[in-house]
Design a protein around this ligand. Structure first.
Ligand code: ATP
Ligand code: MG
Length: 767
């Protein structure tokens, strides 16, 4: 029976579990996610559960996609009926069908954090609050915490009485909720909260979904918040054939990996699961299949310093493996440079591909220096999360056009583009229209349509009128049969002159923006091609709104990934660099200064998550000094490093360049445990080869072969040649420019898209 193959007895017990609540509590890398996927397959093939009756919830779309793929492999085509998705996607799907029952339109807009901030700025102005005293971010985060705990504006107001600041927040919260509703928009928290409201107020709708989702599974359960818990417990109430109520709810998680307290994650959801559902069956998994024993020993040693946790220790049958590499560098440039070197060396020696590496850090700002060094070494990389593609100005502008076309009540989007590109519509005019809209209880766009009646804006009337007719013409065209989203985007660009203006600017930045716009158009085209249902503008906007950062990573790309420790949850990589391991950074200052151990324990769990991402090799590093917020800081190595026993670490000092291999290893700290690694001869090749003998993971002082040479790597095509690109198809090279040790190649593709790209990344094939 192939579903049960390669499962240990405990995993098998979990996979075979049929009805009633099940809690799988286990450490990192013990196969929790794997059990979840196999259980879905087993339910379908052995218990004849209809795939339609299964709901699996995960934290990111990437995880959802991976799970769907694995299920597809095991079950085959019918897997299409299973809902495998994030909490947010599942709720959006439900709301798109049913939200009218709670007074919203089905074409609602989803506001991201930028939209929320713009809205809050408007509200502060409207309530005449000093924006220096009341920061929109602080207020928004108070509102978000309230929503996580399912506290309504009215309840917030009652609780705030007597606390001046909270009373102000309460007024903002009330106005914020009203404006979102008026704009027919939801923020991220609303997506969950409104679904709960929908269920609580509409018994028939709830009972439909209770009957539909007879088997519910939740991955990374330790990071659910109160609202998510309420949602699951509402759904997991299905009447069995004989009428008894069953809670067919299977949750998997690891209390040691709870890292989203700051977003309202409630660790008691997992710790109290058994008291919530007394008939719960509990299964613990102990064997780790991901990492070497040395990596697990390090993880265990760190996490055991936490007081609040269920005691467990990870073990594996895998060999001890390499020691944990630890290096203290002089500064952040040396740290990132050496790591880029090491990656280049390992890859050019043929020992691994770029995608086997992850660089993990505590805060997004730390990525910049790494980015610089990776570029210098011609190493392809992707930063997860730093600048989300969809947060970029030009993308947001174009999406705001699309949103305006889809939902004219979305004031924030309309205001974003009313004067973009510049149409000579001034702020005063916009303020007057806003006030008119508020006074008359209509949307900003409706007010625009009535602008003849608004005092003091007659000078702009013509410009406003032509903006309205522009939007109206887009709407009309969209309604025509056979009109595509791609066509709509191109029309917007053409009619507004958006790209033309960028072309006139002709700076690197402007060209980058044009590329991003092309990327958005490709995204729209691929949405239309791959969409399972009828493609619609609303569907496209929804897909775009729900892409979490990690989702932009395409597995097939051979790239080094850079991300925060938070984004790395659930993932695994053969090589992991945990960087910036310094007191003040990781753990951060606020955890160090806090009297409350809780914050430090959360940082420690984050460290545990980081260590346990590594399959084969783990490197920890820190810098003596680094620039932060414009000043040079001197930091001690992280206390988490001290928590790892010395014998597990292989320490290399900040070695001066051109040191011999013996000198390098003499810098290693004391005994290396049982570790005596044979270095394959292939590692010793290349310029920096000798250094591998000391430390095959971090090599110091030698550039990679690629970056060291000053002239560009050879390419076999030139201007006028026909070339092919994996994604964009065939085209003709129109320009080649030398840039550093690379070429910038411009290609006119046959689909009439012009693209500038770097030769080393584009991997163009001459035809
Ligand atoms: P995390 O806590 O990080 O989310 P997890 O408990 O979900 O980890 P998985 O990602 O499911 O763990 O599994 C970790 C790795 O171990 C995966 O590569 C998986 O394929 C492998 N694995 C799990 N169980 C087995 C097994 N019985 N035999 C072989 N490999 C296994
Ligand atoms: Mg997992």
């Amino acid at each position: 029976m192939h579903i049960l193959e390669n499962l240990n007895p405990e995993q098998e017990r979990a996979v075979k579990h049929f009805k009633g609540p099940l809690l799988i509590l286990a450490g990192a890398g013990s196969g929790k996610t794997r059990v979840l996927t196999h259980r879905i397959a087993y339910l379908i093939s052995e218990y004849n559960v209809n795939p339609w009756n299964i709901l699996a919830l995960t934290f990111t779309n990437k995880a959802a996609g991976e799970m769907r793929e694995r299920v597809d492999q095991i079950v085959g085509e019918s897997a299409g009926d299973i809902w495998v998705s994030t909490f947010h996607s599942a709720c959006v799907r439900i709301l798109r069908r049913q939200i009218e029952a709670i007074g919203y339109g089905r074409n609602f807009t989803i506001y991201d954090s930028d939209d929320q901030k713009s809205l809050m700025r408007d509200i502060l102005k409207y309530l005449q609050l000093d924006p220096k005293k009341y920061r929109e971010r602080t207020i928004l985060s108070a509102i978000s915490s309230a929503k996580d705990e399912l506290i309504t504006p009215e309840q917030y107001e009652t609780r705030a009485q007597g606390d001046y600041t909270k009373e102000i927040y309460a007024r903002c919260y009330r106005e914020y909720a009203k404006r979102l509703h008026d704009a027919n928009a939801l923020d991220f928290d609303d997506i969950i909260c409104k679904t709960i409201q929908l269920f609580e107020e509409n018994e028939d709708i709830l009972s439909y979904y209770q009957n539909r989702f007879r088997f519910i599974m939740v991955d990374e359960y330790q990071d659910t918040n109160t609202a998510q818990f309420r949602l699951i417990s509402l759904l997991a109430n299905t009447a069995d054939d004989d009428g008894t109520i069953l809670h067919n709810l299977c949750v998997v998680g690891d209390d040691d990996q709870s890292i989203y307290k700051f977003r309202g994650a409630n660790i008691y959801n997992i710790l109290n699961f058994e008291s919530q559902y007394p008939e719960t069956k509990v299964i613990k998994l102990e064997e780790n299949y991901r990492s070497t024993q040395n990596i697990l020993d390090a993880a265990n040693a760190v996490i055991k310093n936490n007081a609040v946790r269920k005691d467990k220790a990870l073990w594996t049958e895998k060999p001890k493996g390499d020691a944990i590499y630890y290096t203290r560098f002089e500064n952040e440039y040396e740290e990132s440079g050496c790591i880029a070197d090491a990656i280049a060396n390992v890859v050019s020696a043929g020992l691994a591909s770029y995608k086997d590496f992850a660089i993990l850090y505590r805060t997004n700002a730390q990525s910049r220096v790494f980015e610089e060094k990776l570029v210098l070494h011609n190493i392809p990389y992707r930063i997860v999360g730093a600048v989300n593609f969809y947060q970029r100005r030009e993308i947001k502008d174009l999406l705001a056009y699309l949103r305006t076309i889809e939902n004219g009540m979305d004031d924030i989007s309309v205001k974003r583009i009313i004067n973009v590109p510049k149409r000579g519509i001034g702020l005063t005019t916009i303020d007057r229209i806003t006030n008119y809209a508020i006074e008359h209880g209509i949307s900003f766009y409706d007010a625009l349509e009535n602008c003849d009646y608004i005092d003091g804006i007659s000078r702009s009337a013509a410009k406003l009128g032509s903006f309205v007719s522009l939007i109206d013409s887009f709407k009309r065209h969209l309604a025509e049969p056979g009109y595509s989203l791609e066509g709509l985007l191109r029309e917007i660009i053409e009619e507004t002159g958006y790209v033309r203006l960028l072309q006139e600017e002709d700076s690197d930045e402007a060209n980058g923006r044009i590329e991003n716009i092309e990327e958005l158009i490709s995204k729209a085209a691929s949405y239309e091609e791959n969409c399972e249902e009828e493609p619609t503008l609303g569907g496209f906007l929804e897909e775009v709104a729900l892409v979490a950062d990690i989702d932009n990573v395409d597995e097939s790309n051979d790239l080094v990934l850079l991300m925060t420790l938070h984004s790395a949850k659930g993932l695994e990589f053969p090589y992991v660099y945990l960087v910036g391991m310094e007191d003040g950074i990781f753990p951060g200052y606020s955890a160090i200064m806090s009297d409350n151990e809780e914050e430090m324990e959360e940082e420690r769990r984050l460290c545990y998550v980081g260590i346990t991402r590594a399959m084969n090799k783990l490197s920890l590093s820190c810098a003596r000094s680094r620039f932060r917020n414009g000043e040079q800081q001197f930091n001690r190595p992280s206390q988490f490093i001290n928590e790892i026993p010395r014998y597990l670490l292989k320490q290399s000092g900040a070695v001066p360049a051109k040191v011999s291999s013996s000198a390098s290893s003499s810098l290693n700290a004391g005994s290396m445990g049982s570790e005596k690694k044979k270095i394959p001869s292939s590692q010793k090749t290349g310029k920096g080869g000798a250094l591998f003998a000391g430390n095959p993971y971090i090599s110091k002082g030698f550039g990679s072969t690629k970056s060291a040479s000053g002239s560009p790597a050879a390419v076999n095509y030139t201007t006028g040649d026909r070339v092919a690109h994996v994604r964009f198809g065939e085209g003709t090279v129109t320009e080649m420019k030398e840039v550093g040790s690379d070429y910038q190649v411009t290609v006119a593709f046959d689909n009439s898209i012009n693209r500038k790209m770097m030769a080393s990344f584009a991997k163009l094939k001459k035809l």
